[in-house]
Design a protein around this ligand. Structure first.
Ligand SMILES: Nc1ncnc2c1ncn2[C@@H]1O[C@H](COP(=O)(O)OP(=O)(O)OP(=O)(O)O)[C@@H](O)[C@H]1O
Length: 256
């Protein structure tokens, strides 16, 4: 299978006082180009740790992450592909919106990833690009000069998404991207992410508690239980015909 990013046998253990927490315990899966892979499971089962390992924030204790079939996490990692993953990936966290620099304008916030990559051109073209990104996320040029404090939670998350899109990412790691938003705004942001994914065709790891959201947005789903990936499958197959006893239990706890 030609995966954009793949985890093979990754493990991440944390020592907490005298205990070893097996946060991720021998997990393997891949995300194809243009695919949305949803990761579900109870609190503490290891979803965020996996998101951090795939994005390179954590180095797994063992196992390997591959980007375009080249190792990017272990001893034999290939610098060229580590760099490509870094440049082609964006992360949208639960609190991305809250973490926007309160002193910066929306224009500067959205441009920052290009600044970091030394890809700014000239002021008017750059501004045009920002406006384009804002419009993609349902905002307008009126927002250019605003600061995060002047925006609602939903608008801030739109700005965070616009900021991710400006580098034309091939991969978005979304870790609970709607969890901190009001219920009424969550659907809008999920619809936006789904539309953008269909337009831009980036691959996505989508981590969420909410199974109905995962079902709506994902092509494939992985179910985690205590650090292990206990079942993966195409979304509708998995939801309609879960195989494992844990998946059955998890799905029966909700009404979809
Ligand atoms: N830096 C750390 N140090 C110690 N333990 C950690 C660390 N990060 C995570 N853990 C533990 O590893 C386990 C998995 O955590 P993780 O955050 O990956 O789960 P999760 O499924 O994302 O949970 P949630 O849905 O609550 O975010 C938990 O028991 C957590 O307490």
């Amino acid at each position: 299978m030609d995966y954009l990013i793949e985890a093979k046998n990754i493990k991440q253990h944390f020592k907490v006082r005298d205990f070893i927490v097996k946060a991720v315990d021998d997990v393997s899966f891949g995300i194809a180009k243009g695919e949305v892979f949803g990761l579900v499971g109870e609190t503490g089962c290891g979803k965020s740790t996996i998101a951090r390992i795939l994005s390179g924030i954590y180095k797994p204790d063992s196992g390997e992450v591959y980007y375009k079939n080249h190792p990017v996490s272990g001893k034999n990692k290939e610098a060229l592909y580590v760099k490509q993953r870094q440049e082609e990936m964006q992360i949208v966290f639960q609190d991305s919106a809250a973490a926007l620099n309160p002193k910066m304008t929306v224009e500067d916030i959205v441009l920052e990833p290009l600044l970091i990559r030394k890809k700014l051109t000239n002021k008017s073209d750059d501004r045009q690009k920002v406006v384009e990104m804002l419009e993609k996320t349902g905002l307008t040029a009126d927002f250019l000069t605003k600061t995060p404090g002047e925006l609602s939670g939903g608008q801030r998350q739109r700005v965070a998404i616009a900021r991710s899109l400006i580098v034309e990412p091939k991969l978005i790691i979304a870790d609970e991207p709607i969890a901190s938003l009001d219920i009424s705004i969550q659907a809008q942001i999920i619809n936006l992410l789904k539309d953008l994914q269909e337009e831009e065709n980036f691959s996505c790891l989508f981590v969420a508690h909410d199974l109905s959201v995962v079902r709506y947005i994902s092509n494939r789903v992985g179910v985690m239980y205590m650090g292990k990936l206990v079942e993966t499958g195409d979304t509708e197959e998995l939801f309609n015909d879960p195989k494992g006893s844990y998946t059955k239990k998890l799905l029966s706890a909700i009404t979809l």
